[in-house]
Design a protein around this ligand. Structure first.
Ligand SMILES: [Zn+2]
Length: 265
């Protein structure tokens, strides 16, 4: 979060408040501010740039200004090899591939499970961010995939993040590119058979911390598992995703005293 940008946003809201005051002098200062916020948030569609960029999300989605937000820069983790290993039981299934205007998302059929702390989390979907949302000691990768799992009983999420690095061509990315939904709303049903296990690096060293969805409403319900080792994608593949995703990453958020733990494989 950039304090100066936030300041600029609140200043512009105050300016709107002043304009409203001349229109209706009966309104109190607080009400004016609320009116301005309400006005700003009417027909608000969050985006990654422009008037509705990430530094405005918390105006209309309060949780986005919370203390346990994601993504974060991974810095100075605490090594803890009492953490469990990550070996999800994923099925190879036909996936629907959609472009929802914010990302390219592959919907997963029920039945693929990640066991975490004794609880089953079902893989719902995976989607992409270009460049990466998490960074490692300040380094941003060109692409990051998020595998989103949910525990039905608690409603909590477990999201595995995997970085891509430029190198050899990646078969799964190629399969998705063959059915790439280029425009918002494009949708390919049962487009391709995909085994999400191929999105995980062989080495399962990972970082874990408590955080949030990286898009509004930014709910703080996510156990993050970020793989240390990247997997590969060719420059042509990275370019193809870049052209569709248009810098759809949220900037890193303050860690605020949270501990990032690391399990070395
Ligand atoms: Zn994501």
């Amino acid at each position: 979060m950039k304090p100066f940008t936030l300041l600029a946003v609140s200043s512009s809201l105050m300016l709107w408040g002043c304009q409203f005051r001349t229109l209706d002098e009966d309104l109190s200062g607080t009400a004016l501010s609320e009116t301005a916020t309400e006005d700003f948030c009417t027909d608000y569609h969050w985006e990654y740039e422009g008037d509705h960029a990430p530094d405005t999300w918390s105006i209309c989605y309060g949780t986005c200004g919370g203390d346990a937000q994601s993504p974060v820069d991974i810095w100075n983790p605490l090594t803890d090899n009492s953490l469990q290993t990550i070996h999800p039981d994923y099925e190879e299934v036909p996936t629907d591939i959609i472009n929802n205007g914010h990302t390219v998302e592959c919907e997963y059929e029920p039945g693929s499970i990640l066991m975490l702390n004794g609880l089953p989390y079902e893989l719902l979907q995976f989607h992409f961010h270009a460049g990466s949302e998490h960074t490692v000691r300040g380094k941003q990768y060109p692409l990051e995939v998020h595998l989103v799992h949910r525990n039905v009983a608690t409603g909590k999420l477990a999201v595995i993040g995997v970085f891509f690095q430029r190198g050899r061509s990646n078969p799964i990315l190629q399969t998705i590119m063959d059915h790439m939904p280029l425009q918002e709303g494009d949708h390919y049903a049962s487009a391709a058979h995909i085994d999400a296990d191929n999105l995980l690096p062989d080495n399962r060293t990972y970082y874990t911390y408590s955080g949030s969805l990286t898009t509004p409403p930014c709910s703080e319900i996510v156990t993050w598992i970020v793989m240390d080792k990247p997997i590969f994608a060719s420059q042509a593949q990275l370019d193809a995703f870049d052209n569709v995703l248009h810098d759809n990453f949220r900037p890193v958020q303050p860690i605020n005293g949270r501990t990032i733990r690391k399990r070395v494989d």
